[in-house]
Design a protein around this ligand. Structure first.
Ligand code: PEP
Ligand code: MG
Length: 293
């Protein structure tokens, strides 16, 4: 079985009817790159940048972040690396952010809400990312989007960062993709409008399941209700896929259920272009896709 999977290295995930699926890996630390290459993923579909903030006692500097992103981009040797901006808050806390205790942290001060509130932190991360773009194929992704205005604000900040770096004579890639996580019901409902603003969508089924079903993903007492295969969740994904296709952008899935092989056929049928999973399941998913007719 394992030996059979090894034979799939160097092949593509294409169905018998010729539909190609990009299969990427999720990582949480630069040291994971080795596993990604070992499992022959097409690229990195989600690099969670939180580790930088969770591993240190204070905000990581632009230089520290730049080095980490550059290491991953160089390690992937030209394969695309999608780096997600800070997604702290809710289940991922760091003491130095001093977030007051919240009644509903999952619906509270987290992710892009922190970034757009504490702009100095966000700009530091954006500068590190844009600088790293000179060393590989970068794409930047933003978490927990709920409005078109947020995306417009992000794009303005990003343009300002690029203009500043240019003025400073710092090199960066002339154009790289930007995308958003589709992980709130609001982002799905607005996906026709959001698709006009970005290059790609990546569905975060972990949070999308939580928010669509109003089931806390961390609460063991209701874990039997936490169902990423729930028809309401699948319809959400389908709606986002239809709007992505209409706008001519690509759409992937990077939540846990990207690797649910019971859903692979559904994903192909609704036009999902990319799946990003833990490195160890890349080859198995590739085989599942190759066996679909
Ligand atoms: C998700 O919500 O599906 C996701 C990929 O992000 P995280 O699990 O980091 O919240
Ligand atoms: Mg999420």
């Amino acid at each position: 079985h394992q030996k059979d999977l090894q034979l799939l290295k160097g092949t593509k995930a294409v169905t018998k009817s010729g539909v190609e699926m990009e299969i990427n890996a999720n990582i949480g630390h630069p040291s994971d790159v080795e596993m990604v290459l070992e499992n022959d993923a097409d690229g990195i579909g989600l690099f969670r940048s939180e580790f930088l903030y969770m591993e240190s006692d204070d905000f990581p500097t632009e230089e520290q972040q730049f080095e980490a992103y550059k290491t991953v981009l160089e390690g992937m040797k030209g394969k695309r690396v999608i780096i997600r901006t800070l997604d702290l808050g809710a289940d991922k806390q760091v003491p130095y952010l001093n977030i007051p205790k919240e009644e509903n942290p999952a619906m509270g001060y987290r992710a892009i809400r922190i970034s757009l509130d504490r702009k100095e932190l966000f700009v530091t991360q954006l500068r590190a990312l844009v600088r790293a773009s000179a060393f590989g194929k970068l794409a930047i992704m933003f978490p927990m989007i709920t409005s078109v205005e947020q995306v417009k604000e992000i794009k303005e900040l990003l343009n300002q960062v690029k203009a500043d770096l240019k003025a400073e004579g710092v090199a960066f890639a002339p154009d790289f993709e930007i995308g958003i996580m589709i992980e709130t019901p609001a982002s799905v409902i607005l996906s026709d409008l959001l698709a006009k603003e970005v290059d790609f969508f990546s569905v975060g089924t972990n949070d999308l399941t939580q928010y669509t079903l109003a089931v806390d993903r961390m609460n063991p007492q209701i874990s039997s209700m936490y169902d990423p295969r729930h028809p309401a969740v699948l319809r959400m994904i389908q709606m986002a896929a239809e709007n992505a296709k209409k706008a001519g952008i690509w759409i992937g899935i990077c939540g846990e259920s990207a690797g649910d092989t019971e859903l692979t056929r559904f994903y192909v049928d609704i036009g999902i272009n990319e799946l990003s999973v833990t490195p160890g399941t890349v080859l198995e998913l590739r085989r599942t896709v190759q066996q679909l007719d």
